[in-house]
Design a protein around this ligand. Structure first.
Ligand code: GTP
Ligand code: MG
Length: 181
């Protein structure tokens, strides 16, 4: 069973003692929707407007590991103060050593943004395992998707292509996550 633990914004409030899988990506890429598809309907807040997730949300999966939903980066409407807080919060979050896997969600129509690439560099440097999840494939025809695979994702070999909406490849991804944790 999966259960909400808490929302937190600073180091001293983050839960301790569990392994974690964290879902990162551009605002609106579908992080919270994917968590709901993988674990339980209506667990995390989702929405059409970017910036839905504001704090870091922790969910406990069967006492085995925590599932972590974070706000998206690249959210343009953030105020300056909010942007600073966001940076501090993420820095605090990633300063801990219990993060076993980072699932990066990317929109199949957009590809990896500079923020995504920076994040990947950071993960490699910290030796944190990651999976790149290319989401919203229901929005493209097979031809368009093929094209984007060649154009946008050719440099990234460990991608899994999914649709959260249609549940395409959700079970495969879940299996991959559980294997690592
Ligand atoms: N068509 C389609 N829409 C999707 C898919 N996954 C997510 N969405 C939609 O994308 C929008 C954003 O989803 P969220 O899950 O809230 O995105 P997020 O990455 O958590 O966004 P922030 O919390 O703002 O960082 C919602 O309107 C979702 O319904 C998908 O696979 N296909
Ligand atoms: Mg969200």
């Amino acid at each position: 069973m999966i259960q909400f633990v808490k929302s937190a914004a600073k180091l001293s409030d983050f839960p301790q003692g569990y392994k974690e899988v964290v879902f990162v990506g551009r605002s609106n890429a579908g992080k919270s929707s994917l968590i709901n598809a993988l674990y339980k309907k209506d667990l995390a807040y989702t929405g059409k407007t970017p910036g839905k997730t504001k704090m870091i949300n922790f969910f406990n999966n069967d006492e085995k590991y925590l599932v972590v939903d974070v706000p998206g980066y690249g959210f343009a409407n953030r105020s300056k103060q909010e942007a600073i807080d966001f940076g501090d919060m993420m820095e605090d979050y990633f300063s801990r050593d219990n993060i076993k896997l980072c699932v990066m969600i990317v929109d199949c129509r957009i590809g990896l943004t500079d923020d995504d690439v920076n994040m990947l560099d950071f993960l490699k440097q910290r030796k944190i395992r990651y999976i790149i999840v290319v989401n919203k494939i229901d929005k493209l025809s097979n031809n368009q998707l093929m094209n984007n695979k060649h154009k946008l994702f050719k440099d990234y070999d460990n991608c899994i292509y999914i649709s959260t909406l249609k549940r395409t490849n959700i079970d495969i991804l879940k299996n991959d996550i559980e294997k690592i944790l």
